[in-house]
Structure formats: C-alpha cells, structure tokens
Design a protein around this ligand. Structure first.
Ligand code: ADP
Ligand code: MG
Length: 274
C-alpha cells in the first residue's frame, strides 16, 4: 500500500477584486470582479514507503499549495488524497488533526522551535498531543522522555538535551526539529526548504541526516528551490503552473557524507591558508 495516493488534485482560490486581472486565472461565473486562481490544476502521484522525494518548481508553481494539502493543513477543491490508507478529503476536522499529529512529521525552513523550551522538551511536545479517543494510550512522563531522548540520539544531539534553541547553531536547531518530526514515528516527513536558513556545511549535514534516516526506511518529501539539494534525493517531482511537468527517478543520487567530508577538508584548508 502506498503511503500517499494523490489523484486529480485541484486547488482553486477565489479572490475578489479587479486588481487581479493580470493573473493567470479564469473569471468566476457569479461575480463580475471575482477571479479564480488555479493553484493546482490536477496533480497525480503516488509515494511508496521508503522514498526520498524532492518537489521543485519556480515560484508560484504551486509547491506551497501542494505542501499544505500533503500536510493536511488544507483540503483540495477536487480530487482524492489517501494517506496511509486514510481518505483525507472526507475526514472530519478531528481526524484531520489526528493525521497531522500522528502521520506527518513537519520540518520548516525556520525550525519553529519554542524558544523558552529545551531541546528535550521541544521533542517531547508532539507526544503530549496524542489523542486517547483514537484508541491510543497517553504517555507517562518517563516514557515520553525516553522516546524524545532516543529521537535526539538519532540526530546526534543527545548531549544537548537541556540546551535552549538560542544556545544551539542553526544546523543543531534544525536537527532538534527533525527529532521532533520523527518522535511520533510518522508515515512520512514533510520538509519545506529545510536548509533555506543554513550555510553550505550545515545544509550538507542536514542532507546527510536525511539520507541516513531514509536508509533506515523513513519516507521523506522535501520542497526545495535548489537543484543541488534535490540531487541528494532519489526522485524529483517538478511543478509548473499548477501541473506536474516531470517526475523523474534520480539515477545516481549524490552522497551527502562524501560531499560533507570534501567540504570540510576544503574549508579547513582555506582557514589554514589565511
Ligand atoms: P509556490 O509555493 O510554488 O511559490 P504557491 O502554491 O504559493 O506557489 O502559489 C501558487 C499560485 O496560487 C500562485 O499564483 C499564488 O499567487 C496563488 N495562491 C497561493 N495561495 C493563495 C491564496 N491563499 N489565495 C489566493 N491565491 C493564492
Ligand atoms: Mg512557496
């Protein structure tokens, strides 16, 4: 069974006002001044367990709209989205919230950690939201802590449990965010420009971590502007004007650990030169 099945996904935004007439859009039937922006015009694809996919496309092509739908933050105007066997389009808001918390691990460009909260507490947070009504057990403090420490260990930060975000580098903060995304063992990780705020070395560290997690069987979907980063994934989906214009397997993905080692070597040499 695929982790994700998207069929005929359309998303239209209805907007009022004449000032929008320059946009690629069609005029609505009922309102003179309203226009319909067709952000997604029928997108189909499946994702199998264990894939590592990047979503690319120019600004305005529909990437964020697609991410919001994949992340169950928004519903399509048309089409079906089945996540881990659950038909999301017909589910109520409770189920929608359950899916978001349990099935999806979000990673954002800006990390989105709570600033007055330690690394450990940040990672524990999703475990507090587990819902008893879905037949799941709540957690005892000790179990919650153990799971969070295990997740931080996976990202190499079990020696930073009591650090606040401000006491961590950008790369370390993003690793805490990745630990938080994984702690609930979601069906997939959804990362939106995860290295957008990081320098080359830290970006490579994040790619290394994603490749490692993917090797352990985690399914990862990453939106990125940068072809150099997409080259670390196994499949590249490209959007243009709300349509999927290409869906290609990466024949030989770049190896992040190798590139990171090379980068470090070059930069240490540079530092010795000056
Ligand atoms: P990308 O993330 O690839 O830059 P978006 O998904 O943000 O693209 O946007 C796709 C299209 O939909 C754009 O034309 C954008 O202006 C439009 N759009 C996005 N969100 C909204 C919204 N909330 N209301 C109206 N139009 C929107
Ligand atoms: Mg966007």
């Amino acid at each position: 069974m695929p982790v994700i099945e998207l069929r005929g996904i359309k998303r239209e935004y209805r907007m009022e006002g004449k000032h929008l007439s320059g946009k690629k859009c069609k005029r609505s039937k009922d309102g003179e001044d309203a226009v319909i922006v067709r952000a997604l015009r029928g997108v189909d694809f499946f994702v199998q367990k264990g894939e590592f996919i990047s979503v690319m496309g120019p600004s305005g092509s529909g990437k964020s709209t697609l991410m919001n739908i994949l992340g169950c933050l928004d519903k399509p105007s048309e089409g079906t989205y089945i996540l881990d066997g659950i038909e999301t389009s017909t589910s109520d808001s409770n189920t929608f919230a359950f899916i978001r918390n349990r099935k999806i691990g979000f990673v954002f460009q800006s990390f989105n950690l709570l600033s007055r909260t330690t690394a450990l507490e940040n990672v524990e947070l999703p475990l507090f939201y587990r819902r008893r009504e879905k037949g799941e057990k709540g957690f005892h403090d000790r179990d919650r802590k153990e799971l969070a420490i295990a997740a931080l260990k996976t990202v190499g930060l079990d020696n930073r449990l009591d650090h606040f975000p401000s006491q961590l580098s950008g790369g370390q903060q993003q690793r805490v965010a990745i630990a938080r995304a994984m702690v609930n063992d979601p069906a997939f990780i959804l990362a939106d420009e995860p290295t957008g705020n990081l320098d080359t070395g830290m970006s490579l560290e994040i790619m290394e971590l994603f490749q490692e997690l993917n090797e352990q069987g985690k399914t990862i979907i990453m939106v990125t502007h940068e072809p150099e980063l997409a080259a670390y994934t196994k499949r590249i989906i490209t959007l243009r004007d709300g349509r999927l214009v290409s869906d290609e397997e990466v024949k030989k993905a770049r190896n992040a650990p190798d590139d990171l080692a090379k980068w470090k070597k070059e930069n240490i040499l540079l530092m010795q030169d000056t």
